[in-house]
Design a protein around this ligand. Sequence first.
Ligand SMILES: [Zn+2]
Length: 78
Amino acid sequence: MEIQNKIESAASVTQCLHLGRSGERCLRAALEDGFCERHGPDAAWRFNIVARRRLFAVLLAAAVLWPILVDLYHALHH
Ligand SMILES: [Zn+2]
């Protein structure tokens, strides 16, 4: 079931609607409004939000994994 959900969410990722100066399509994955993190009307602060979301995800992962890593370290060194 989890693999099925991952396939569906990957298929639903749309491409950014932004066009470059020579008409080339932006290749980045789009956010909810159809533009990627670099483009769209609110591009100036959009990048910060995406970066903050990523930073939060990394910190959350570190907080969850830290006790496991400490256990592993003790298991290997004692
Ligand atoms: Zn874009």
